[in-house]
Write a protein that binds this ligand. Structure first.
Ligand SMILES: NC(=O)c1ccc[n+]([C@@H]2O[C@H](COP(=O)([O-])OP(=O)(O)OC[C@H]3O[C@@H](n4cnc5c(N)ncnc54)[C@H](OP(=O)(O)O)[C@@H]3O)[C@@H](O)[C@H]2O)c1
Length: 424
């Protein structure tokens, strides 16, 4: 190995071009960029790559003798990215990646290659962009028991919800604005459906608790069903709505969810706005901490990639997890913790509807703490109504919702969101 760590970088897009520019400017003194790969050799990347060799097939970086560390910034769950990472680990070459989709989908195979061969596979940039959450969990909180991780892990959703709140925009208009400003992809499905946040949560949970990453273990709801009326109702309860990814000890295992949640404005998570991300951790003996910052974008993500490169250059590189996924023994739980709930429905504007709805809730063991009903305007046949429940078990809520949804003559458009609580 030469005195400086020689970097082979695959992917010169939003993140890769920034990493290249920083490496070439000497941002990591012990590392030098020697080779790059992308689809188009001639595209202007806004950085002078004339002193660096171009490799048309990225997987060649895995075996090239003048490359000590491979940085994968191509993206995508499989394909060229997975091929490059597997070949590099197979060749005992350390890898740095920002690719949460690949890590979540192929954690088992990659952990065998990385942990089994003790080859560093660093992924700080894969969760919450520039926020050093992986380092915090692995190093800063090493001697703690983690009780709960709560995160705003998707900047696109947070931007949409914040703009609906601050500017009274509809979901569609807020999404359009996010796309125009570059905070949402042309196809935002993975973001707004909650899947992107679930991939990140699964990675955090493997680190914090040792639960094998498996998206089937995460109860996922996106923000598509949240309306401007919900944002206005939340405001009446002095609250906002955030897409919260949570992993919490519950029953005999760890319960994982990604869903829109009602959060009191006084809570730190409520104050995380626009494209920012945040992760709040409850740990013992530490107590509660929250890290907040830019969760995406070229600069923020490159910052995390460069930190991983610096660690490997300093001899601190670590395998994907501390043990292979197949050896992880902690289990996922299906038991959602008890919670208060926000239940919104459209109730027929006729005598007896409200009495029937409250009777159904009571029969299913759901007790009501507060109710807000909009007054009727001429021509309205259904009126929006919101109930805030006392803290109840999740299965009571589920059976109450099923019973309500069967009453099509008195109500429709039923939506239930948990209410965030510090002590869950
Ligand atoms: N952007 C963010 O804010 C952000 C935040 C956190 C994590 N990440 C992760 O970072 C990674 C990169 O994201 P990005 O936004 O930088 O992506 P991007 O802008 O789409 O860039 C992808 C790069 O990969 C290259 N590429 C694609 N297929 C290739 C192939 N078969 N062979 C060689 N090169 C190939 C492309 O080449 P051409 O340029 O020639 O087409 C492009 O330079 C992804 O895993 C993403 O999830 C991104």
């Amino acid at each position: 190995m030469s005195e400086k760590l020689r970097i082979g970088l695959a992917g010169l897009g939003t993140v890769g071009a920034t990493v290249a520019a920083r490496l070439l400017s000497g941002a990591v003194p012990r590392a030098e960029l020697v080779a790059v790969s992308a689809r188009d050799e001639n595209k202007d990347r806004g950085v002078d790559l004339s002193g660096v060799s171009f490799v048309s097939d990225p997987s060649d970086l895995a075996t090239q003798e003048d490359v000590d560390v491979v940085v994968e910034l191509i993206g995508g769950e499989g394909g060229a990215a997975l091929d490059l990472v597997e070949r590099s680990l197979d060749a005992n070459k350390p890898v740095v990646t920002a690719n949460k989709a690949m890590l979540a989908a192929h954690a088992d195979a990659l952990s065998k290659l990385s942990v089994g061969g003790a080859v560093p596979l660093a992924f700080e940039a894969a969760v919450a962009g520039g926020i050093p959450i992986i380092k915090a969990l692995r190093e800063g909180l090493a001697g703690n028991d983690i009780n709960r991780i709560c995160g705003i892990l998707n900047g696109t959703c947070n931007y949409i919800l914040s703009r609906m709140e601050a500017a009274g925009l509809s979901f569609d208009d807020a999404l359009k604005e996010a796309q125009e400003k570059g905070f949402a992809e042309a196809d935002p499905t993975l973001d707004i459906s909650g899947v992107d946040a679930a991939q990140k949560l699964a990675i955090l949970s493997a680190l914090a608790y040792g639960v094998a990453p498996d998206l089937d273990n995460v109860s996922v709801s996106g923000i598509e069903a949240v309306t401007a009326a919900d944002i206005a109702f939340a405001d009446e309860f002095d609250s906002v709505i955030r897409l919260v990814a949570m992993a919490v000890r519950s029953g005999n295992g760890v319960y994982h969810s990604v869903e829109p949640v009602l959060v009191k404005k006084s809570e730190p998570l409520a104050q995380v706005v626009n494209e920012l991300n945040a992760v709040s951790i409850s740990a013992a003996p530490l107590g509660d901490i929250m890290l907040q910052g830019p969760g995406a974008g070229g600069g923020a993500t490159a910052s995390a990639v460069l930190a991983d490169i610096a660690d490997i250059a300093a001899g601190f590189g670590r395998p994907l997890f501390d043990k292979a996924v197949s050896e992880m023994t902690e289990s996922a739980s299906e038991n959602a913790p008890a919670s208060e709930f926000y239940i919104r429905l459209a109730l027929a504007d006729k005598p007896g509807s409200m009495a029937k709805a409250t009777q159904i809730l009571a029969e299913n063991g759901v007790s009501i703490e507060e109710v807000v009903q909009r007054s009727s305007e001429a021509g309205d046949s259904y009126l929006p109504v919101v109930f805030i429940t006392h803290r109840i078990e999740n299965q009571l809520l589920r059976s109450a919702l099923i019973a309500l949804e069967q009453q099509t003559e008195i109500c429709n458009a039923v939506l239930a969101l948990p209410v965030f609580a510090q002590d869950v």
